[in-house]
Design a protein. Structure first.
Lengths: 159, 488
């Protein structure tokens, strides 16, 4: 269970990295597409959201949306549930922080469509989420080293 | 803490987290087959309930079948059109090959032209579209059975099947037609075309230029051409440009080389339209605008910009950037009678759009709400024929919505509390900006069951759909079912 906790924590951290690279990929590709004569307006934004624009990098927008709206929230929820069983010191607390950061991140992503400053915070909160997920993952290692020094008193791990 | 107790607490905590989610998920699952009349809850807008039938559940217990609401069956057609729909790859007028849908081998489909008062008869044949198709006459107040909404006014026309639409083109103006089966896919893929109803008396010197704008495969086109459409226009001629926005986003239209007058909105003439310079007209998804320009006497050209495309009238001229200001229809033109008094309204509805997390048909997400409710638990706006209806449309959802009521035109009374003082602003596709609100009114004079939805079609597919229902009428069609009706 501790291993699962650690894997999920680092997976969420990896997802943050994927999200950052995907959106940069999409924005770079979009710029090139517009330079080549593509017109980016309201109708094109709707097409882009539907995955109907075919420029290099357009897939990044789709992945960012799907990851951010579905996969990462699902991972964060599973991570939170696993934390109940994993017996990582402070594990539930850190998983709750991660879940909270994900909820805020999704909200900022959505509300960035009505106020650009939410987008600004979306970028900042991404790094906070990365830090929280890394910290949570690292706690498993700490728990293990503490457990090995007190091997006699440690309870069997629940799997 | 013992490990057993710990495990118990962990299991309890898990159920506390998951139980409400599972409950919400299972509650949101839709049956395979349901009538829109059973959707949500009846909203009588403060007017009389459907007493004879005994409330919402009884709305369709009796009443007239909407398939009986048709144009005069004995009257011969004045305009007859046969449209064959196919799915596959096709070449646009621009030469680009895209995949999607065609009508008679082309997309946009053939332009249908009629003169006001003529009876139009269109036979739609589905040769190869596996999901089935329909045709909806966007902006035309047709008899209900002709409205072309799969699962509401007809079954989707299956491969090998056909359906005949008949309606009288009562009102001169610019309209369009499109599929209302899996519409978020089929409209995008090109199952659409223009419908123009000419007035009985037309100035023979007027140059009429149709400009149907559609994004195919990420490329903006006007009548299937990329960049611009060239229309010959002699110096001094008056040109009427009929702009149609068939996409899901808003489009701005403006001119360079000559000012314009906005002579019609959504197929309704503007009363006393003044000359406009340095302002753009905002066309929401599904909306139309007729702009009239007079070609300069010196022989120079006029360019009508439409977002990513343009109509070049006469000599080609270079593109210009969008004016900073928008033409506000709230005070454009001068007042004229609207035929009824909104102060005498017998029903008054709210259509408040929001957004919240939840499940729609088992899918988790951040979904649109209507009056705080997620699809399908949305209001059924219930009216009686002859009612004067007011509706307050408000948008707090973080995105803008082009609201489209089928079978009726609504007149704008106020926006964000500011009263309309210009020409009567009749519309069927109204852009409700995020944080914005409109008060509109209409006469309940076209009985049946009508969709009232967002015309950003993916939004409709995400549940931003309600219906307007007349008491004493019922639809025999269902969403899903054997015809696999999926109107959105």
């Amino acid at each position: 269970m501790r291993t699962a906790y650690r894997v999920l924590a680092y997976l969420i951290a990896l997802e943050v990295v994927i999200q950052a690279s995907m959106i940069a990929f999409a924005v770079a590709g979009l710029g090139i597409w517009v330079d080549e004569g593509g017109v980016f307006d309201s109708a094109a934004i709707e097409s882009l959201e539907e995955g109907d624009l075919s420029f290099t990098g357009a897939v990044g927008m789709m992945i960012h949306g799907m990851n951010g709206m579905m996969i990462i929230p699902a991972l964060a929820l599973i991570f939170f549930i696993f934390s109940f069983f994993a017996k990582v010191p402070g594990g539930v607390k850190w998983a709750a922080f991660v879940l909270l950061a994900v909820v805020i991140q999704v909200g900022l992503g959505i509300f960035g469509h009505e106020n650009a400053f939410f987008g600004l915070l979306h970028g900042v909160n991404a790094l906070i989420l990365l830090g929280l997920a890394m910290t949570a993952g690292a706690r498993v290692g700490r728990a293990r080293s503490v457990a090995s020094t007190h091997a006699a008193s440690s309870e069997p791990e629940l799997v | 803490m013992s490990s057993r107790l710990r495990l118990l607490i962990a299991c309890l905590a898990t159920s506390v987290v998951l139980a409400p989610l599972i409950w919400m998920w299972s509650n949101s699952l839709m049956p395979d087959d349901y009538s829109v009349m059973d959707m949500g809850y009846a909203d009588y807008g403060g007017g009389a309930a459907a007493t004879a039938a005994g409330g919402h559940a009884g709305l369709h217990a009796g009443g007239m079948d909407i398939t009986e609401i048709v144009a005069d069956a004995d009257r011969p057609a004045d305009v007859k059109v046969h449209l064959v729909a196919e799915q596959g790859e096709f070449t646009l007028a621009s030469g680009r090959t895209v995949s999607g849908y065609t009508l008679n081998g082309q997309s946009p489909g053939p332009e249908i032209r009629a003169v006001q008062g003529q009876l139009v008869e269109v036979t739609l044949e589905n040769r190869s579209v596996p999901d089935g198709i329909t045709l909806h006459w966007h902006g035309v107040d047709v008899p209900n059975a002709m409205d072309g909404v799969a699962g509401v006014t007809q079954d989707a026309v299956p491969k090998g099947g056909s359906y005949t639409y008949r309606f009288v083109a009562e009102q001169a103006g610019t309209y369009w037609y499109h599929s209302h089966q899996v519409s978020h896919e089929q409209v995008k893929g090109g199952l659409l075309g223009a419908l123009v109803v000419m007035p009985e008396e037309q100035d023979p010197g007027l140059v009429d230029a149709l400009a149907l704008v559609h994004v195919y495969d990420g490329r903006h086109t006007v009548n299937g051409r990329e960049r611009e459409l060239a229309v010959p226009a002699p110096p001094g001629a008056t040109v009427r440009v009929r702009a149609i926005n068939t996409d899901n986003g808003v489009m701005s239209v403006w001119t360079s080389g000559a000012p314009y007058r906005l002579v019609a909105v959504d197929g309704n003439d503007v009363h006393d339209p003044g000359q406009v310079e340095d302002k753009a007209v905002l066309l929401t998804a599904g909306a139309r605008a007729d702009l009239e320009v007079v070609m300069p006497a010196d022989g120079s050209g006029v360019r009508v910009e439409m977002g990513g495309t343009a109509v070049a009238l006469g000599e080609p001229t270079p593109p210009t950037s969008k004016p900073e200001r928008l033409l506000d229809l709230l005070d454009y033109g001068s007042p004229a009678p609207i035929g009824f008094d909104p102060a005498d309204a017998t029903r008054s509805f709210d259509y408040v759009i929001g957004r919240r997390p939840g499940f729609v048909d088992g899918r988790p997400g951040l979904w649109w709400t209507i009056n705080g409710h997620l699809f399908p638990d949305v209001p059924m706006f219930t009216v009686t024929e002859g009612d004067i209806v007011r509706m307050h449309i408000e948008n707090n959802s973080g995105d803008e919505h082009p609201m489209h009521l089928h079978g009726h035109h609504v007149v704008v009374l106020a926006r964000d509390g500011v009263r309309a003082t210009g020409s009567p602003w009749w519309t069927d596709s109204l852009n409700v900006a995020d944080g914005g609100a409109y008060d509109v009114a209409f006469l309940a004079d076209n009985p049946g069951v009508w969709m009232d939805h967002c015309h950003n079609l993916p939004h409709a597919a995400e549940g931003l759909v309600a219906h307007l229902m007349y008491t004493g009428f019922r639809t025999p069609f269902t969403i899903g079912g054997t015809a696999d009706n999926t109107p959105e």
